[in-house]
Write a protein that binds this ligand. Structure first.
Ligand code: FMN
Length: 220
């Protein structure tokens, strides 16, 4: 499965099977996390067989069941942390999808306090990503149109493909609060409000790059 195919296959999954992730897949995830940590200056950690963060009332309220594995999204405090976690974390999410695993970004409906993560001095952990074999592969959801987020029929194919991939990106409460614009081969995207919109922005940029092709354009 290519990363573009992983974008199409991915949906948030909140109910998991009681099936452990195979050691070779955990090793592959840790290797990918280490690679992305080096690129982004982050401290992603793959936590396995630790049900506590997803056992309390918050996880119950969020309809999570059987979450025993997750990615702890940790990094140095700073104004870019949310966007950086979103961007590199989504690469990890899509890699998990390639391994046949399901995921869900979680900002609020888990007990981050109970997460078995190492959070160093000067670091913070704004999110977790639930991980495992889903009861299902999730489902399609409502989406804005390309025109609502800065796309359009008169645009070049690479830009249309980027927007289509961006519309498949997970965003907090499916808010999709972002707006793209293009000037020649230069593309920019701005958040239009909403909570965790910095994380959303990083995720959306990851999807746009994969849809449009990284070499086709430059961010402005
Ligand atoms: C930054 C961020 C935070 C999120 N926080 C939560 C959360 O606390 N609880 C939850 O159940 N889902 C959470 N989600 C998942 C979104 O609800 C989900 O991505 C969105 O509804 C779109 O659905 P999809 O991922 O299937 O495309 C979050 C997603 C993002 C990107």
């Amino acid at each position: 499965m290519t990363l573009r195919e992983a974008i199409d296959a991915r949906h948030s999954v909140r109910q998991y099977k009681d099936k452990p992730i195979e050691p070779e897949k955990i090793a592959a995830l840790r290797e990918k996390a280490a690679e992305l940590n080096a690129q982004g200056g982050l401290h992603f950690q793959i936590v396995t067989d630790e049900p506590k963060a997803f056992s309390g009332p918050l996880a119950h309220y969020g309809h999570f069941t059987n979450v025993k594995n997750y990615i702890a999204c940790v990094g140095k405090k700073g104004k870019d942390l949310g966007e950086t976690i979103g961007y590199y974390g989504e690469y990890l999410v899509l890699f998990a999808q390639q391994l046949g695993l399901n995921t869900c970004w979680v900002a609020l409906t888990a007990s981050k306090r109970k997460a078995a993560a190492e959070i160093g001095k000067g670091e913070k952990m704004p999110l977790l990503i639930a991980l495992g074999y889903g009861e299902t592969n999730g489902h399609d959801r409502k989406t804005k149109t390309a025109a609502q987020v800065g796309g359009g029929e008169d645009q070049p194919d690479w830009y249309k493909a980027g927007i289509a991939a961006a519309l498949k990106a997970p965003t907090a409460t499916n808010q999709q609060k972002f707006l793209f614009s293009r000037n020649g081969d230069f593309v920019s995207v701005q958040p239009t409000g909403g909570f965790y919109s910095d994380v959303d922005l990083g995720i959306v940029k990851c999807h746009f790059e994969l849809g449009a092709g990284k070499e086709t354009f430059s961010w402005r």
